[in-house]
Design a protein around this ligand. Structure first.
Ligand code: NAD
Ligand code: UFG
Length: 338
């Protein structure tokens, strides 16, 4: 069976293409390369010894989508394509709503036309409100997002779950990711952010490799075990395997189901710094600075539903995540760019 992977050249998409190929699926990718490099897909093919089909283009391009569905027998779609920088979404809200919402509307319109209505969507823990008890369950409160990016995830969940309610032939899986980090253990594919990284792990690896001077730790006065922010970091390969489990689930069910993809364990910024230094034996200068606006103290998942229903559990440790992130960065100091 072929899976259409939108945004498949990106960080999570490329790791998922690899796991899909390893699991025996055919893979067709559509990506406009607005935040990725097609070398990621060449390397996926090199690592697996299998080929995938790549269409360079935009998911909002209805004619191109029709052509892809005509030329390929697709059994399921995984929809990664989207813009994801929280800060940028505040300064460019229209671009975020246009890209992230219209891509889903056009994609589902064409899927309905061709009668293939199985879709897995990349949602985020950002859809949970800040006032929830931890750990976050799929039934925890959602909404109240603090930026347009978060609203696009929330609204896309509404669009897709509304479709499933109205039209029983849809099979929709909403995956709420926690904090994906790490890279494939080969060090050949990984996260390659453009410009100054917003997220913790790419910033850490760029400091360690000498591209940035020092890590700023945003606040050490939170109500956590060491005062720094706590998150549920999940290895991207575990996350990718969660998508393979979700494809199987989507093919066997109809309706709309939501799953957390996290480990269930929270680590602080200083836990990350210390583990990264210990595992990789590299220097990692840091300074404590003011809190970053919009950050919360603690966020971690209850992954029980994914374990019980999808049969999926994250298995990689924080040491694995730190080792693999560094293996990728140290072997590719400029990402795919050289
Ligand atoms: P990424 O930027 O590496 O990958 C997204 C890919 O989509 C890129 O290759 C980009 O070129 C492509 N793309 C964007 N808009 C497109 C469009 N209109 N048409 C075709 N291609 C388009 O990001 P990622 O980290 O791999 O994230 C994948 C998905 O997971 C995104 O939807 C993101 O919002 C979501 N997500 C990511 C995280 C995270 O921390 N990385 C957390 C929660 C959810
Ligand atoms: N942090 C630093 N220094 C940095 C970067 C981050 O101290 O240079 C801290 C943050 O304050 C936070 C933790 O590291 O305590 C993690 O920050 P990230 O930016 O890596 O991740 P967030 O949890 O803030 O955000 C991520 C995704 C968002 C998503 C959110 C909720 O980037 O897209 O998880 O799922 F919305």
């Amino acid at each position: 069976m072929n899976v259409l992977v939108t945004g498949g050249a990106g960080y999570i998409g490329s790791h998922t293409c690899l796991e899909l190929l390893e699991s025996g699926y055919g893979v067709v990718v559509i990506d406009n390369l607005c935040n990725s490099n097609p070398k990621s897909l060449d390397r996926v093919m090199e690592l697996t010894g299998k080929t995938l089909k790549f269409y360079e283009g935009d998911v909002r391009d209805e004619a191109l989508l029709r052509k892809i569905f005509q030329e390929n027998e697709i059994g399921c779609v995984i929809h990664f394509a989207g813009l994801k920088a929280v800060g940028e979404s505040v300064s460019q809200p229209w671009r975020y709503y246009d890209n992230n919402l219209n891509s889903t509307l056009v994609l589902t319109k064409v899927m309905k036309e061709v009668g293939m209505q199985n879709i897995i969507f990349s949602s985020s823990a950002t859809v949970y409100t800040a006032d929830n008890e931890m750990p976050l369950r799929e039934t925890s409160r959602t909404g109240g997002c603090t930026n347009p990016y978060g609203w696009t995830k929330y609204m896309t969940e509404q669009i897709l779950s509304g479709l499933a309610t109205a039209e029983p032939e849809w099979s929709i899986v909403l995956l709420r990711y926690f904090n994906p980090i790490g890279a494939h253990e080969s060090g050949r594919i990984g996260e390659d952010p453009r410009g100054i990284p917003n997220n913790l792990m790419p910033y850490i690896t760029q400091v360690a490799v000498g591209r940035r001077e020092m890590l700023s730790v945003y606040g050490n006065d939170y109500d956590t075990h060491d005062g720094t922010g706590v998150r549920d970091y999940i290895h991207v390969v575990d996350l990718a395997k969660g998508h393979v489990a979700a494809v199987k689930f989507a093919m066997e069910h109809t309706g709309c189901e939501v799953f957390n993809l996290g480990t269930g364990t929270g680590y602080s910024v200083l836990d990350m710094v210390n583990t990264f230094r210990d595992v990789n034996q590299v220097a990692l200068p840091y300074k404590i600075v003011e809190r970053r606006p919009g950050d919360i103290a603690t966020c971690y998942a209850d992954p029980a539903k994914s374990r019980e229903v999808l049969g999926w559990t994250a298995t990689k440790t924080l040491a694995d995540m730190c080792r693999d992130s560094w293996n990728w960065q140290s072997n590719n100091p400029m990402g795919y760019g050289e």
